[in-house]
Design a protein around this ligand. Sequence first.
Ligand code: NDP
Length: 326
Amino acid sequence: MHQAIVLHKNDEEVTAGIESLTDADLPDGDVTVRVAYSTLNYKDGLAITGKAPVVRKYPMVPGVDFSGTVESSDHPDFKPGDEVILNGWGVGEGHPGGMSQKARVKGEWLVPLPSALSLRWAMAVGTAGYTAMLCVLALVRQGVTPDKGDVLVTGANGGVGSVAVALLAGRGFNVVASTGRTEETDHLKALGASDVIHRDELSGRGKPLGKTRWAAAVDTVGSQTLANVLSTTQYGGSVAACGLAQGMDLPTTVAPFILRGVNLLGVDSVYAPMERRLEAWECLATELDTDKLEAMTSDVGLGDVIPLAEKILAGQVRGRTVIDVN
Ligand code: NDP
């Protein structure tokens, strides 16, 4: 038997609880993993509360990521005892996920744990941190360098935002952190932000083009904020967009693109190709300051997760939340 959070849908209501499952409850897959840690991501909050149609079938074990040890494998690349990381691929959405003591997945979805790092480290980073790295790499591929000017991070106290601040500062960028929680200014500066602005500066209705402020940005918020970020990005600058914490809409015009050559770079972590994943995890292993990661990480047990789901959607969870499932 193993314990897992299980979501059910009755009429329109989603309910969540901890249940005891057996191996017969595991889905198809060629690798079975003893899960050590999962994490709470914004998307998991949506899944557990049922506030957005993240889950495609019920019952479902949520958790879009996990780290753990291979228990059995029919996949040539993995053997019992291997330590692995999983992010995305529809796990926790259409395929039972990481908020469980056991998971069964396709071996082709798994990333080997970078050497010398722990399973807990992998989930302190989690999907949020790995997505932050994908954003930074997207900007760098577009030619963004520290001498070009300030780089903005929106939703800076969130999981993706906190890691993005630390990674960009580590690469020598001058980072401006935008947040609704300016009382966390000292924390954001300790992560590496040079300046902290209130998110209200960016979240209201703006003009098609404004005074330029950013060489680049990592946006986790979408909606009016992303529109304002685009309209205040300098000529030839780039914005990596990965989130929708303010909203799914994007009320912008083509002006930033056709008059300033601004690049809007979409970042998806769920179906990112394996070479991009491996690159991101290798960079995280070498670049992400472990003291900074610890400073933004909280640890909880499986029993703490359900109430936290509402809190992450309300923007009340700071940084990263590691779930020890055992
Ligand atoms: P968090 O909840 O940890 O962070 C989101 C942050 O956004 C909050 O902490 C808050 O930051 C800010 N925020 C919340 N509500 C609003 C609002 N109404 N207006 C403006 N800002 C707001 O989530 P994650 O870091 O896990 O994820 C961030 C976003 O990225 C989510 O939308 C998520 O779905 C998306 N995502 C996308 C991925 C992809 O593959 N594209 C992968 C992972 C995440 P503050 O308090 O600093 O203002």
